[in-house]
Design a binder for this molecule. Structure first.
Ligand code: PMP
Length: 428
């Protein structure tokens, strides 16, 4: 096989329909913010493998760290005979996580597992059962995390029943008429009508809602949530799996609101593409689970630990947190220009959380008329023009931009020009 179409045909025969792909292109090579497919076509990558390659494709320092590790050993299991890279990585995460409380970490392999473990830890600590999540939240595809996930199609369709003791409140989204006050009131209603706060183990929130549509929670809302959790002894979990490691213009998005969550879940950007995830949290909560109660065969793989340590060095040495903020400003300027040209189609530009940027597409400038047809056409057209874009949103009408934080200025320009050109050719 030599063409994308041939590989797609083979994929359709070999891999289950459920594991569908956005773009029928087969990647041969990547370099920082660029990708090349099997036909030799070149693409600007504004997806970063869903916020994973924040440090670009095949960063030489990550490649070197991983090679060095693989040559020494690739696996022993951190629960059997550990290695010092896991310890050093945990020490660094404990140090870097927001807030001054003493912290510990534990490692797993995927984001969903990190969320599962955060819930286990919160339940062990509080001896309570209930968990509150938000509409539009996304926390993973395992059974408990799917239960938490607040978006039906395609994630939950056909996969019930889901676990009990999960409650949901509306995520505050001013653009859709949901105010902070309404969200807080809904929480109080849950406490009054459905579950007493004394039975709630945890409230889990994405500081910037990701798959649900790139909606930032306001600083005041996160602060209010922090207070409610403190008042009732509820564990506040910030799911920073998509927002962590510089993506939002801070190392962790919780820093925007100047709050210290009790537990933080991280994955994705942590190791530039090598599978590793963690729960980082306050020591007295993290230590609630008994010895041997947490873990996994591949938890904190030495290869991923080596990659993660390289990623942290790169973020610091290449000043990627500041760079993320800068990228957000450049996107914001260009996208707001485009919005002026197409006020009926571009309902909102969300670009004040670093390089976690979105456009919400509507009809007639009306927030309640999502334009998912335009989104579909736009993603296709962009791909034809050599630009990889992602979508999100519970209404399936949000373009999201997640460029690597190491992207060069020229490639940002090139990608934005490709985006404008694609938008202009599909906008009617
Ligand atoms: N939480 C959030 C906020 C996410 O964005 C994701 C992945 N999109 C997950 C959890 C699940 O992570 P994973 O796919 O690694 O299981």
């Amino acid at each position: 096989s030599t063409t994308n179409a041939q590989w797609q045909a083979r994929k359709d025969q070999a891999i289950a329909i459920g594991e569908a792909n956005l773009a029928p292109i087969y990647i041969e090579k990547g370099k920082n913010a660029l990708l090349w497919d099997v036909e030799g076509n070149r693409y600007v990558d504004f997806a970063s493998g869903i916020a994973v390659t924040n440090t670009g494709h095949s960063h030489p320092r990550i490649v070197a760290a991983v090679k060095e590790q693989v040559e020494r050993f690739s696996h022993t299991c951190v629960m059997v005979t550990p290695y010092n890279s896991a310890v050093v990585l945990a020490e660094k995460l404990n140090e870097l996580a927001p807030g001054n409380s003493p912290k510990k970490s534990m490692f797993v392999t995927t984001g969903a597992e990190a969320v599962e473990n955060a819930i286990k830890i919160a339940r062990a600590h509080t001896r309570r059962r209930a968990v509150i999540a938000f509409n539009g939240g996304y926390h993973g595809r395992t059974n408990f995390t799917l239960g938490l996930t607040g978006k039906n199609a395609p994630y939950k369709t056909l996969f019930g029943p889901f676990p009990a003791d999960i409650y949901r409140a509306p995520f505050p989204i001013p653009y859709h008429g949901v105010t902070e006050e309404q969200s807080i009131e809904a929480l109080h209603n849950l406490f009054n009508c459905d579950i007493t706060p004394e039975e709630v183990a945890a409230i889990i929130i994405e500081p910037v809602q990701g798959e649900g549509g790139f909606y930032p929670a306001s600083n005041s809302f996160l602060k209010a949530l922090r207070e409610i959790c403190t008042e009732h002894g509820i564990v506040m979990i910030a799911d920073e799996i998509q927002t962590g490691f510089g993506r939002t213009g801070k190392l962790f998005a919780s820093e925007h609101a100047d709050i210290e969550p009790d537990l933080i879940t991280v994955a994705k950007g942590m190791a530039g593409g090598f599978p590793i995830a963690a729960v980082i949290g306050k020591t007295e909560i993290m230590d609630a689970a008994s010895a041997g109660g947490l873990g996994g065969t591949y938890a904190g793989s030495p290869i991923s630990c080596a990659a993660a340590l390289a990623v942290l060095d790169i973020i610091e040495d290449e000043k990627l947190v500041a760079r993320s903020h800068q990228i957000g400003i450049v996107f914001s300027t260009h996208l707001k220009e485009l919005q002026k040209q197409y006020p009926d189609l571009i309902g909102e530009v969300r670009a004040d959380r670093g390089a976690m940027i979105a456009l919400e597409l509507v009809k007639n400038g009306d927030p309640s008329q999502p334009n998912s047809e335009l989104l579909g056409a736009l993603i296709k057209e962009a791909l034809n023009n050599g630009l990889i874009l992602l979508k999100c949103g519970i209404r399936n009408n949000v373009v999201r931009f997640l460029p690597p934080l190491t992207i060069e200025d020229e490639v940002v320009e090139e990608g934005l020009n490709l985006f404008k050109k694609s938008f202009e050719s599909v906008a009617k």
